[in-house]
Write a protein that binds this ligand. Structure first.
Ligand SMILES: Nc1ncnc2c1ncn2[C@@H]1O[C@H](COP(=O)(O)OP(=O)(O)OP(=O)(O)O)[C@@H](O)[C@H]1O
Length: 232
């Protein structure tokens, strides 16, 4: 589903944020991405979601080469990908309904179809009763779930989450991860960037670790040890 082949990213100004990164994530897989602050996690997610372009190397998403994609083709390619941000990027002056509806409005869905899909997405994250609320009327965990509903409302094949549990307590963090597992059970490929090593150790999913832009481990975290799977 996601295939990185020797991908490097140098930002304007010369900073090398990713160095020759190669890995594959199969369709329907769920994995964590970790590493210290500045290791390159957000950069890797931005390359997948076409917010940044790689400097060298090849990236395939769902069989399509996206490394040199034309500007006009980006919106179409992005439809396959749902992105969740740590600070959830909600529009504070719009209702929960309007926030979740936004991707569908941009794509030109009818009012009827939009209503149906938004209600279904909010039902999945257990927020049906908050349709008419504004974001500041919701708790941090609820706001994060609105961000998840918005990322999933147009049924993407891939869900990318950048520190989705960053501001939440352990119980709420686990609730959010359980929600991702539910979508993963329906076949959505999920990649979650997080600093939370405790969470990673509890969940026992494949974990990709970046250090100063290089992929240093790829395996299952057992306690504080990583069992290497693809590393020589
Ligand atoms: N737009 C940019 N221009 C220049 N340098 C950047 C840009 N974005 C990120 N960087 C640099 O690239 C490096 C990797 O940043 P990135 O945000 O990918 O790290 P991260 O692992 O997600 O960190 P954190 O956990 O703190 O969010 C950092 O040193 C950062 O300063």
């Amino acid at each position: 589903m996601i295939h990185f082949n020797n991908v490097s990213k140098t930002y304007p100004g010369g900073f090398l944020a990713l160095k020759n990164v190669s890995f594959e994530l199969a369709a329907g897989e769920m994995a964590f991405l970790t590493g210290h602050s500045g290791a390159g996690k957000s950069t890797l997610l931005k390359l997948m979601s076409l917010m940044e372009k790689p400097t060298s190397g090849k990236i395939q998403i769902n069989g399509s080469e996206i490394s040199n994609i034309k500007y006009k083709d980006i919106p179409y390619a992005r439809r396959k990908i749902g992105m969740i941000f740590q600070n959830h990027n909600l529009l504070m002056d719009r209702t929960i309904f309007d926030n979740v509806a936004l991707p569908l409005v941009i794509e030109g869905y009818s009012h009827k179809e939009t209503r149906k899909r938004v209600e279904a997405a909010l039902d999945k994250v257990h927020l049906s009763d908050k349709l008419r609320c504004f974001p500041n009327m919701l708790s941090g965990g609820e706001q994060q779930r609105v961000g998840i509903a918005r990322a999933l409302v147009n049924k993407p094949l891939i869900l990318l989450a950048d520190e989705p549990t960053g501001n939440l307590d352990p119980k709420l963090s686990l609730d959010i991860i359980r929600l991702f597992e539910e979508f993963n059970d329906f076949g959505v490929t999920v990649l979650i960037a997080t600093h939370d090593l405790g969470l990673i150790a509890r969940m026992k999913y494949r974990t990709l670790t970046l250090k100063q832009g290089s992929m240093i481990t790829d395996g299952i975290v057992e306690g504080l040890q990583v069992r290497h799977e693809n590393n020589e």
